[in-house]
Design a protein around this ligand. Structure first.
Ligand code: P6P
Length: 338
């Protein structure tokens, strides 16, 4: 292992050389985004103190400041880090109904930022890992301000995607289309240091991750698949183990590193109207770019996630993501071939 210490900033600069057309604006965009992540990490780590000692969100702490809910804080931090840098023409957030224009007093840029500021935040009071997920696109619209058209894109148009998982350590994982790298925050330096230079997902895993509490509402193919991987068969390396955190960033991060499959299928209580939960724009697209760049796959069951183009900002989609052999087998069950 070379003793070379690579900071995220240095890695981003190196990635820039892989994009001859890059002007440095993209690099500075990522640097500004990284500052927001460090500030969010600091607050998330204090969360227990805030809710137990300084008062729960929505109250006032000892210094009289209003204690923001952490997802509001994360939303606010990212907006304030990104609204003035001149990199973006528009933003959109899982926390905000409509697109977020760049304030008139600030310059506009060439990129579009879509993000989920704090995914899994309902777990925060139990000190369960939560995360931030983000996607970057080139703008598509002409004219001054960006528009909804810039935000409703096929997943394969993403220029970059990444997540930060605020867990036992704070890790940032991202791709610009040339593989996947992981960085661990060194709080003493305030720097993300390269800890996983080239993440590759195992071809097949032994872990499945799904909310079994919804089992009665899954489609027949999903039911059959889950039953299959739970049966004992040493020759085919079964049964799989179940791991489910209930925070997508943490569940997908484990799947990326250990292999296996994460699934959030549609709720088919009403077979005529299947209901999905995860957001295409803010969760499925970015995570799918990352996992595909690491050699994995991501599907609705019968469509590649990155081929989908949302009709609305908060569109939801069923998702199966992870090791290529596991996702491929799931698709066979989903389609009824097995
Ligand atoms: P359930 C968190 O609220 C989230 O959007 C994802 O992070 C997570 O995978 C999913 O919902 C958990 O949903 O229904 O299992 O609690």
């Amino acid at each position: 292992m070379s003793g070379k210490i690579v900071t995220l900033q240095r890695h981003i600069m190196e990635q820039q050389t892989l994009h001859p057309e890059a002007s440095g604006r993209f690099t500075r965009l990522l640097w500004d985004l990284t500052l927001a992540f460090k500030l969010i990490a600091r607050e998330v780590n204090k969360a227990g103190l805030v809710s137990e000692i300084l008062g729960a969100a929505g109250t006032h702490n000892v210094s009289g400041d209003t204690v923001m809910k952490l997802d509001q804080y994360a939303q606010d931090r990212i907006f304030k880090a990104m609204d003035h840098g001149g990199h973006l023409c528009v933003m959109a957030s899982e926390e905000v109904e409509d697109i977020i224009p760049i304030p008139d007093q600030f310059p506009l840029g060439h990129y579009v930022l879509l993000f989920d500021p704090l995914d899994g935040s309902s777990n925060i009071d139990a000190n369960v890992s939560v995360g931030t997920i983000w996607s970057i696109y080139h703008r598509k619209s002409r004219g001054r301000q960006g528009s909804l058209e810039d935000c409703l894109r096929h997943g394969y148009e993403q220029v970059a995607a990444g997540y930060v998982v605020y867990g036992s350590s704070v890790m940032l994982v991202y791709t610009t289309g040339h593989g996947v790298a992981g960085f661990t925050l060194d709080p003493s330096l305030g720097e993300f240091l390269l800890s996983h230079p080239a993440i590759r997902i195992p071809a097949r895993g032994k872990i499945y991750s799904i909310n079994e509490g919804n089992a009665l509402f899954w489609d027949a193919g999903t039911q059959k698949y889950i039953q299959y991987i739970k049966q004992r068969d040493e020759a085919t390396n079964r049964p799989y183990s179940l791991r489910y955190i209930g925070s997508m960033v943490a569940d997908v991060h484990r799947t990326l590193l250990y292999g296996g499959i994460f699934l959030y299928p549609a709720d088919c209580k009403d077979p005529q109207k299947p209901k999905a939960k995860l957001r295409l724009t803010y969760e499925a697209h970015p995570m799918s770019m990352i996992v595909e760049q690491a050699g994995g796959r991501a599907t609705t069951g019968d469509m590649r996630i990155l081929n989908l183009e949302p009709k609305s900002l908060h569109e939801r989609v069923p998702l199966a993501i992870g090791s290529p052999e596991d996702v491929g087998m799931y698709e066979e069950f989903f389609s009824g071939k097995r």
